[in-house]
Structure formats: C-alpha cells, structure tokens
Design a protein around this ligand. Structure first.
Ligand code: BGC
Length: 746
C-alpha cells in the first residue's frame, strides 16, 4: 500500500478528518481512496466491544466476551510467556470481533495503593511492568491487531485525573514513570500509544512535545501513532504539533476545522499533518489487509482465563501446610465471594462476561455460609452462622475482598481497609477455628489486621471470570500457586511513601518521594511490611545454588551474564519466579538499596534442577543523571542479588563496574572541594596553596588537617571571610584549579 500516494490524494479536510474519530470507537473512512472503516475497543483484560450505546466508564453494555484476570493479577505471574499467550488470545478475539486496536495494556506505576485503577496496572516496579507489557503487546500484535499502551504518562491517580499536574523531577520520571513504557516501546513497538489526561509539570500530556516527540519518537524510536485518551485533547493544533496524531472520540468537527484553518493560516505545517495521517493509515491498512475474522471461542478462552488465574495466584501465608486442603477434609466455605466472586474492576475495562461461577460451585461437597453482605453492615446473625459452621469443621476458608464500588476507574479509594464487616467475620471465624484460610479478591492492597490470626492467605486479586474454578483447584492442590507479589503490601496506608502527597491539591500533585516508590522505599528504609515485593509461596520448596557471574569486573558498556541453579526440593511440581536485583555502591546520588533488573519463571518437576540465566547490560547499573541529562553509571562494586522476594535474597555476588566519573564541570568560586569527583587531580595546586595559607595564618601543625577538612566542605569564596583570603588570590586559585583539572583530563 503506497500510503504517501494516498495521503497526497487526500484533501486538506479529509486529512484533518482522519485525525479524529468518526464516533466513539471508529475512525473515519475515505471511500474514494479505499480507506476502510476500523474500530477500537477496550481493553485491557478482555474485549469490551460496544455496538450501539457507547461510553467510556463501562456503564453501557458490550458484547459478551471472556473476562481474563486483570493486570494486578497477571503481573504476579512474573511470566512473559503467559502474558504473551494472554495477548495472543485477546488478539484472536479482536480478529473474531473485527476490532483493529485493543486499548491496552495499561502500564502506569502503582504509586499509591489508593489509586482507583491500580487493578488495571501491573506493578510498582518498571522492570516488571515493561517486560510483561512487551510480552502482552507482542502477543496481541502477532495477530495483526494493534495495541494502545496507556496512559502515557504519569496517570497515577484518578482524583482530578483530567486536570491535575503531576510534578515530577526528571530523574524520577525517567527511572520510574517512563521506564516501563520505554521497555515496551523498544521491545514490542505497540501500534499506538495513548496519552494520559493529566499534565506533567504543567503541560498536558496531549500537547507535551518533550514526551510525545522528543522522548517517545526521538529517543525510543516509536513508529506508531499517538491517540488521545478519550477527551484528553486541550489545544488540538498544539497537540498535533507536539506529536498527538489521533483525537478520540469524535467531536463536533470543530477541531478538524481548527486543523484546516491552522494549515491555511500557516500556524501548522501541512507536512506535520501528513505525517500524522500516514502513521494512522499505516496501522489501518495493516489490520485491514490481515483481517481474517474467525469464530468466537468463548469456551476455549474461558479455559485459558482459568489457567491464567491459577498461574497468577499468590500464596501469601501457609502455616503448618494448612493448604492444600485434603480431599474429603471437612472444610467450610465462608463469605459471599465464595459464591459470587469479585473478579474484575469497574470502568472502561468492564467486561460483559461469558460465564462466572464461584468456588462454591466447584466444591459442592462443602458447606457454605454467607458471612457478610456487600453493603458493609455488620450482620450478627450471619457471622454467628459462619462461626458455628467453622467450629464444626476441620478448616474454614473465608472468601473476602473489596466490593466493586470500592475501586474503580474515575475515583481513588479513601482508605486501604476491607469493609469492617469482613474484618470482623475473619477475626471471629479465626477465633473459633484455628485452621482458618483467607482467600482474597481485591484489585489493590488491603490492610490485614487479622494476618497473624489465620494460618493461610491466598491472594487472587481480580482473577477474571474463571477465578472460582481456579480457586477450587488451587485450594485442593490441583494447581500449585506460583505467583509473586508485584507490589509491596504495607502494614498500613500511612507507611506508603506517597502518603503525605497523594492526591495533591486542586492544581498539582507533587511526587516528593522521588524514585523511592514501593519496595525502593520500604526496603531502603528497612521498614516492616505485611508482605514484601516479590513474595509468594508454593506447595513445594525451591533451593537456589551455584551463582556465577561471567566476570569479576566489567566496563560500564560491557555485559554480564549471571547464572544459577534452582531445584525443586519438594514433592510436587511447581514454578518459581526467580528475581535478580542490583544493589549499587554509594555514589553521591541517593539511590534505592536495590532494584529489580531481571526475573525468570522456571517450571520444575519434583527433584528437577534447572539453570537460570540473566544478561545485564549498562542500564542495569545506571541511574538517570539530571546534570548530564542522560543515563549514567557510577564506578564501583555492585552486588548482584538473587531472591525469592525482595526480602528473601538467597544468593549474592559482587561485580566491579569500571566507569569514568561524570565530568564535573568547571571550578568556580562556589565550588565545594569535597563534592568534586576529581579532587585528586587538584593536589598539585592545593598542596602549595594550603602550605602558604597555614604559614600566613601561623597555624600550628596539629590544627592543619582539621582546618583543611573544614575548608574542603565550604564554598571556596567563604575563605575570604573566614581566612581573609584576598579576592585576587581566590581568583588565581580558581584559575589554577581549572587548569589542573583540564590538564589531567586531557
Ligand atoms: C480511559 C481509557 C479508555 C478510554 C476508552 C478512558 O476514560 O481512561 O483507559 O481506553 O476511556 O474507553
């Protein structure tokens, strides 16, 4: 398809029209040139295809589709292959439904547990986020259907999401909030990127040239088109100039006319418009020429959804091996969610599911008591019934979690607690029955005041429509939990690093915790948490051994290969998510104690051992230097840590990374000597200078070292006041130091 020819044959009006939707979900057509009609749908964990009544908050109905586990759950798989398979399955569904672009994955970082959309997002960590998003994108796009990675960028809260300015320093933006997008774009080239509603440091994402053009296209090489989140455009022409190609959904036509006028008046270069149209058309035709339709496969995909749910489950606690349940054990099922599971979140991702059945339906042999209602009221009679049932059994399994109104697109949670009627039920059941297990359905962390009183906790997050069957299989040990937490579960909301600055005021939200998000904060501060990042148990056990680094020392642009062995030392088959963290040396920049730089999921039969390997490049050691406006590696000894969680490091070894210290810039009168990485090079100037100074001051030898330490910690100019240093001598010192630094550096 010769796109340039098509674009050259389009009128100015047709081109402007191509840059906004025809309706809520479709793009415009240009019949005379053979530009076909294509449509998009939400996303991300199932298809919300709306034929007639449309909306972006999931209120109106959509075609029946399989609801897969949400990203809060799938992230816990730490499994690229699984995410790819989810993507492939969704891609097939899009083909069957005639959908050209699926609006996902959603990859914003979980800054606060309160964000109402955390259930749609993967993690508090950008490495995990980016890798899993890339796999999902590759899966969908292998079916010639596009993705729209969203929401670019820094959409980390729902409160005032359409107006708030996220105030973020450059380093934090790069290391935390952009890094996931960066990995996904570079590895998987999503067809489209969806810009966020909010502003970043005052500039709307929809007209943020630095974001949409300089970084996304210039630095990362993105070659698809940028689409606005629904109604995120502010100044349409400014947006186009900044790199926003497509405005969704359809407007009144006014913005198309603004584009036409801007070209006519010379405010907008026509080639900018042409570029946007070409990028949009390339993806339109890529879908159109490869569309193949196909049958809807609800039954088969329901089974895929169940398997994914099983592989994402996180066994948080399993004291005395209370799980798996013995078949034939007298177990009680307690809690409404055992019958009617909470399996998805509210808003634009809301799926009209194919088939939902609770765990109780898959465990019909077990007695059941409802225990609570979803209206938060304390129902003594129901609690008493549940307690009596629990007492008469060998083990009680309480299904608890967040009712849907608690977390949804469009609003943040007000607190991190479960409804009090559920907390009370769990406490009372646990008092009556020592073998109590809690199964959780929630899109983001909840406080667990009863964690010490129960023997088992199985976290299922929002596990999709088949979560009931998955729960039954997991509880009975037909499936072995292998998920790991993709976020830290703090003891209480107040512990979260964004607590004092979330959700900000009516204009802005300041990301004052900087790069210390999630475990980067909790672990660096060595704080007690409920469960750490990366934590998750199994019905079997794993032994880590034989850590080997390919070199003891590498140059900063070298690569390091890391290998180790993992062995299944238990009696059943299982999978383990092996995590690699890198701990940096002190380098004059505040850095997290360690950061996730790799992960691999390994499946092992009982007794089986496998070698796991990782390759680390420069970025694994780097931080973003604001001064250099680039990634920088500090020289020194880094520790490569292999863990079963961020707090369960099994193996560790050091590697020396050789790197040039950052150029320090010229010496000025305000220079503090101690802050110079090139202090050694200054010795030929400083030695005679200090000798001279001590002589002038008649300073006894015993005091000289202390005085020199003090002088090295203050701006050079302060010597004028403290030591009567003449201005001309100060100027000469600065000039000599600069000469010394330059000479040595040449
Ligand atoms: C959401 C997007 C979604 C779009 C279309 C917006 O409100 O933020 O994630 O894709 O609506 O439904």
């Amino acid at each position: 398809m010769d796109l340039k020819t098509i674009v050259s044959q389009m009128t100015l009006e047709e081109k402007a029209g191509m840059c906004s939707g025809r309706d809520f979900w479709r793009l415009k057509t240009v019949e005379r040139l053979g530009v076909p009609e294509v449509m998009m749908s939400d996303g991300p964990h199932g298809l919300r295809k709306q034929e007639e009544d449309v909306d972006h908050l999931g209120e109106e109905d959509s075609n029946v589709a399989v609801c897969f586990p949400a990203a809060c759950a799938t992230a816990c798989s730490f499994d690229r292959a699984l995410l790819r398979r989810l993507g492939e399955t969704l891609g097939d569904e899009c083909q069957a439904e005639g959908v050209s672009v699926l609006l996902g994955p959603a990859v914003n970082i979980k800054r606060s547990p309160l964000c109402g959309r955390n259930f749609e997002y993967f993690s508090e960590d950008p490495c995990l986020t980016g890798e899993l998003a890339a796999a999902y994108i590759q899966g969908v796009q292998s079916r010639h259907v596009g993705t729209s990675i969203k929401h670019f960028a820094a959409n980390n809260q729902e409160t005032r999401r359409m107006s708030v300015s996220a105030e973020i320093d450059e380093r934090t933006l790069r290391e935390i909030y952009l890094a996931g997008f960066e990995t996904a774009v570079k590895k998987a080239q999503p067809w489209t990127v969806m810009c966020s509603y909010n502003r970043i440091n005052g500039v709307y994402s929809s007209e943020n040239k630095k974001l949409l053009t300089d970084i996304l296209r210039g630095e990362w090489g993105f070659d698809g088109y940028v689409v606005s989140d629904w109604a995120a455009t502010d100044d349409r022409v400014e947006g186009l100039r900044a790199g926003l190609d497509l405005e969704m959904p359809a407007g009144t036509g006014d913005t198309d006319r603004e584009i036409v006028e801007a070209v006519r008046s010379g405010r907008l270069e026509e080639r900018v418009l042409d570029g946007a149209v070409e990028r949009i058309l390339r993806r339109v035709f890529e879908y159109w020429e490869n569309r193949r339709g196909g049958e809807k496969q609800h039954e088969a995909h329901h089974a895929v959804s169940r398997e994914i749910a099983e592989r994402c489950a996180v066994l948080l606690k399993n004291e005395g091996g209370v799980l798996p349940l013995r078949r034939g054990a007298k177990a009680a099922l307690i809690g409404l969610f055992a019958k009617e599971p909470r399996y998805q979140g509210g808003g634009s991702s809301h799926i009209h599911p194919y088939r939902v059945a609770g765990a109780a339906e898959w465990m019909p042999e077990l007695p059941y008591a409802q225990g609570y209602t979803l209206d938060d009221s304390l129902d003594e009679a129901r609690i008493a019934e549940a307690v009596a049932l629990a007492q008469g059994c060998e083990v009680a399994v309480v299904f608890a979690g967040l009712p849907e109104p608690y977390e949804s697109e469009g609003r943040d949670r007000a607190h991190m607690r479960l409804p009090e009627n559920q907390n009370e039920l769990i406490r009372r059941v646990a008092q009556a029955q020592p073998n109590t297990v809690v199964v959780l359905h929630n899109g983001s962390p909840v406080e667990m005041p009863w964690a010490g009183q129960v023997k088992g906790i199985l976290e299922l997050y929002l596990g999709g429509e088949a979560v009931g069957e998955a729960a039954a299989r997991l509880l009975y040990g037909d499936a072995n939990p292998s998920g790991k937490l993709a976020e830290t579960l703090p003891l209480r909301l107040e512990d979260n690093p964004s607590y004092l600055n979330f959700p900000g005021d009516d204009r802005k939200v300041e990301y004052r915790e900087g790069v210390f998000v999630g475990y980067r904060y909790y672990d660096t501060k060595k704080m007690a948490v409920q469960f750490p990042f990366g934590h998750g148990l199994s019905y079997t056990t794993f032994e880590y051994s034989g850590l080997r680094l390919s070199a003891a020392e590498i140059p900063e642009d070298g690569t390091l290969t890391v290998t180790l062995q993992v062995k299944n030392t238990g009696a059943v088959a299982g999978e383990e998510a092996v995590q690699l963290y890198v701990a940096p040396p002190a380098c004059g920049v505040p850095r997290p104690e360690k950061e996730l730089r790799g992960f691999e999921k390994v499946a092992l039969a009982p007794g089986e051992e496998k070698t796991v390997s990782f390759t680390l490049g420069r970025r694994a050691f780097a931080y973003y230097s604001e001064r250099m406006q680039d990634w920088a590696v500090a020289p020194g000894a880094y520790t490569v840590e292999i863990g079963a969680s961020s707090r369960d490091i099994r193996l560790a070894q050091r590697v020396l990374v050789r790197a040039e210290p950052l150029p320090a810039g010229p010496v000025t009168q305000n220079t503090v000597l101690n802050d110079r990485p090139d202090l050694e090079k200054m010795a030929p100037v400083l030695e005679p200078f200090f000798r001279n100074l001590w002589e002038t001051l008649h300073l006894p030898e015993g005091r000289q070292a202390g005085e020199r330490r003090w002088i090295s910690s203050i701006p050079l100019r302060a010597m004028r006041s403290f030591y009567s240093l003449r201005s001309e001598d100060l100027e000469k010192l600065v000039a000599d130091l600069n000469a010394a630094v330059r000479k040595e550096g040449e």
